[in-house]
Each structure stands twice: as C-alpha cells, then as structure tokens.
Design a protein around this ligand. Structure first.
Ligand code: SF4
Length: 114
C-alpha cells in the first residue's frame, strides 16, 4: 500500500506525516496556501514526526511552493540564500542548532510536553 502527502509524493516517510499518509489530518491543499496564511498552515507540522526529513527533502528538491517541514516559502528561501552552492542539506539542517531549538519548542507547544 502506498500513501500520498498533500505534496503528491509517495514515499515511505510520508506514511507518518501529520499532513498526509496513514494519519491524514488536513486537506491536501492546506499546505499550499499563500503568503501569511502559511504561518497558520505550518502549525500542523509542529507535531509531525517526519518534520526534519520533510524539510531536507524539500530543500534538496528545490521546492518553492507551499509549507514543507514547517517552514514557509519565505523561510526556506532565506535558508537557500544563506547556503553555499551544492550544500549538503541533510548535514546543514542537522548542524543548525537554532533550527533544532525552534523545532523542539514548537513540538512542545503542539504536544504539551516540555
Ligand atoms: S512537516 Fe508538515 S508538510 Fe512535512 S510531512 Fe509533516 S506535516 Fe506535512
């Protein structure tokens, strides 16, 4: 059995996505709102167990539109501008302590854990 995220991808990690797969909880188009609405849409990502994978895959694939990994289009563009050409996104995201702290804080706020 395969599953599909709102982003239209069929991959194993997507089965655990808060926005799709086996635990589908949002409208498939909800992650593709524009502008400021992305700040609300991304709250689904705060408690997503595949958030980092989702973000890395989006950065590697150069996904311009929609919310990925809990980051808006604007936030991902800023990451791309700050990164060297040919960057290893998996390593860069793993080494980003500010991003990790933000993910932890948002996870806690969404799950009620500290
Ligand atoms: S991080 Fe957000 S966009 Fe990515 S799979 Fe999880 S809920 Fe969906």
């Amino acid at each position: 059995m395969t599953t599909t995220t709102p982003h239209g991808e069929v991959e194993s990690w997507t089965a655990a996505a808060a926005c799709g797969g086996a635990r589908r909880s949002v409208d498939p188009d909800a992650m593709f709102v524009r502008g400021a609405a992305q700040r609300d849409a991304r709250q689904v990502c705060f408690a997503c167990v595949v958030r980092t994978t989702c973000l890395v895959e989006a950065l590697e694939a150069g996904m311009e539109f929609g919310v990925w990994g809990g980051l808006t289009e604007r936030e991902r563009r800023a990451m791309v501008r700050a990164a060297p050409i040919g960057v290893d996104w998996r390593a860069r995201v793993a080494a980003d302590t500010a991003l990790a702290a933000r993910f932890e804080e948002e996870w806690a706020s969404a799950t009620g854990t500290d």
